[in-house]
Design a binder for this molecule. Structure first.
Ligand code: PMP
Length: 450
């Protein structure tokens, strides 16, 4: 499954990258990107012939793995037939993708506005909510990520916002529940849930319900730490939105399309938002695509009045053909069920077992193929292994952890003091066990800092 090593080709790729590619979220001269030669399934490999099991799924988007033959074939077929077409037309790949998505989204989220990715899906969801309600403000949680464009970064509730915050976006942040680092002095999930809902209702009251267009939440916050909400929280937010006429937006850009072992994380909590954003897993990121699934009531607002927004590549046929093939492959191959089954039977138990043996593991959280290990210096005080910082930089302990994992053929996800276990949703049990064994020895490197 790897190509012949070709270090000279790798060196050329790297040299051009270093000379001309300006990378996201990085100090350009302090990074050393790996030159990648190829990828298949849950693995990728470099030009030296080293192969890595990808526990990151790219940026948590290759839910069907790399180079899935059905998705590659669908893209090739679409490219041969109709590579592109403007968004104002009815095009088969676009309408079929929308139909398949609407069939799977909860409740009456039956219309789909397509975007190029997650951040612009969030931008449009917020615009729709403001126009639908005629209200200006949006409430968003701390410990969240909603994207790198201006509105989405303003909504983001962690240090990735600091450098770019415009300060004028009508965004108010609140604390969502997270028992391990409770802001509410809670000892139990029930307390955390009740107090977080009370805090949110108080925030609404003091901001003024008639000024609030939307509440936006990641169903399960992803990059900020994979923090499944306590039972009842999202239903409680739904109730508050109904009481105060606020649009409920769930951001499923990361958690959607099988990641949690259900089609959407909202299915785990039996909650139906008014707008739901998606991207990434919708077509495993093979061609950029995102979107907003829209309820009947909000679609009605724009039935006779134009929706004032659009994108040149909205519903791009290549991206939509990839979505159709991805969704069909997930259904035919039981990929969502695979994520649920081996998440519960292999990943969860294995991570809890690692937590018993490794003093650096403070908490294990997750569901499906969506897990986080929170690493600490001290389990009693829960002091993070690396301090909270504005850049998400890993620092020496996390760098030692990542280097140990890579030396063992595992590519780990690292953000601040966390590592996330987010492989492809169709990863096999044998592949997972190989990755978990490498994770075991990498955690020994982190233990050195406890
Ligand atoms: N929302 C969530 C929950 C995300 O995880 C991300 C990306 N990590 C985004 C929005 C932004 O998506 P994109 O990078 O495709 O713009």
């Amino acid at each position: 499954m790897t190509a012949q090593p070709n270090p000279e080709a790798g060196a050329a790729v790297k040299a051009a990258d270093r000379a001309h590619v300006f990378h996201s979220w990085s100090a350009q001269e302090l990074i050393d990107p790996l030159a990648v030669a190829g990828a298949e399934g849950a693995y990728f490999w470099d030009y030296e012939g080293r192969r890595y099991l990808d526990f990151t799924s790219g940026l948590v988007f290759t839910n069907v793995g790399y180079q899935h033959p059905k998705v590659v074939a669908a893209i090739q077929e679409q490219a041969g037939r109709m590579t592109t077409f403007a968004p104002a037309f009815a095009v088969e790949a676009r309408s079929e993708a929308a139909r398949l998505i609407a069939e799977r989204t909860p409740g009456d989220l039956d219309k789909v506005f397509f975007t190029n990715g997650g951040a612009d899906a969030v931008e449009h969801a917020v615009r729709m909510a403001r126009l639908h309600t005629g209200r200006p403000k949006v409430l968003s949680a701390y410990r969240s990520y909603h994207g790198g464009t201006q509105q989405a970064v303003n909504l983001t509730g962690d240090p990735r916002r600091w450098a770019s915050d415009s300060g004028t976006a009508g965004v108010v942040h609140f604390w969502a529940p997270f028992l391990y680092r409770s802001r509410f002095y809670a000892q139990t999930e029930e307390q955390e849930c009740a107090r977080a809902l009370e805090h949110l209702e108080t925030t609404i009251a003091f901001e003024g319900p008639s000024t609030i267009a939307a509440i936006i939440l990641e169903t399960i916050p992803g990059t900020a730490g994979i923090m499944p909400p306590p039972p009842g929280y999202l239903a409680g937010v739904r109730e508050l939105c109904d009481t105060y006429g606020i649009v409920f937006v769930l951001d499923e850009v990361m958690a959607g399309f099988g990641r949690t072992g259900t089609w959407f994380a909202a299915d785990l909590y039996d909650v139906v938002p008014d707008l739901m954003t998606f991207a990434k897993g919708v077509n495993s990121g093979y061609v950029p695509l995102g979107g907003v699934a829209i309820s009947g009531a909000i679609a009605e607002t724009f039935a006779k009045r134009p929706y004032p927004g659009g994108l040149t590549y909205s519903g791009h046929p290549l991206a939509c053909a990839a979505a159709v093939a991805t969704i069909n492959a997930m259904a035919e191959e039981g990929i969502v069920e695979n994520a649920a089954r081996i998440g519960a039977s292999v990943v969860g138990p294995a991570l809890h077992e690692l937590a018993q043996r490794h003093p650096s593991v403070g908490e294990v959280r997750g569901v499906g193929m969506f897990w986080a290990l929170e690493l600490v210096r001290n389990r009693e005080t829960r002091e993070p292994l690396v301090p909270y910082n504005a850049t998400g930089e890993a620092g020496a302990p996390m760098a030692a952890f990542a280097a140990a994992a890579k030396a063992d053929g595992l590519w780990p996800f690292v953000n601040m003091n966390r590592t996330h276990v987010v492989p492809a949703c169709n990863v096999s049990e044998a592949e997972l066990k190989e990755g978990l064994a490498a994770l075991d020895s990498a955690l020994s490197a982190a233990d050195e800092f406890v």
